[in-house]
Design a protein around this ligand. Sequence first.
Ligand code: ADE
Length: 236
Amino acid sequence: MRITIVTAFPDLIRSYLGFSVVGRGVSSGALDVRVLDLRDFAEGQYRQVDDYSFGGGGMVLMAEPLARAVESLDDQGEAYVVCPTPQGVHLHQELVEELARKDHLVLVCGHYEGMDERFVEEHVDLEVSLGDFVLTGGELPALAVLDSVARLVPGVVGRMEAVRNDSFYRGFLDHPHYTRPAVWRGIRAPEVLLGGDHGAIEEFRRDLAVRRTLERRPDLLARCGIMGYLWGRFYV
Ligand code: ADE
């Protein structure tokens, strides 16, 4: 899979790639990640990428450099263009899985007050939001999308089994985890995890994951349509 990130702050993305599991995945060849510097597609001595918002309000990324950057990828097969913005659909694991099935994902980072809407209308397939809060730019959310998608690509995370068991796999929150020492400040880790009965461990973890999801995020269970299963398991 290929992921291209279009940004006015390429070093921010590159530094992340230099220190992360995803970066290791890129070095090993499991994943192809490229960073396009928006300024390389700008005109003039100052390589301007932003300008004042018509009607007042801060700086807005101009449509032309953004369009040129995305169009420079035209000869590289079908690209799916995603733009992180608080106005987008909320990101969740099923959407991440859908994005991971694309051959070429292009993440376009906004900045300042955002980007010219005409570019969005012409080139962006999907706007995604990390939640109802505002960040100073699209780089952090683009990295969040990159990271969540990349860990689903075989070869990026060592143990695919760990990926499959993580939070949101099958719609549940993750179960709690424990590590050594078995007794920490007088608190003992659950006994079943210290033994070798894998069936019992699996059942224990699943029960805790379900209970946690019921307590903290019942909305997730409703989405999976498993309320019946839960009520049957715990309350009958
Ligand atoms: N850009 C700025 N804030 C954002 C958010 N909450 N989600 C996605 N992109 C953003």
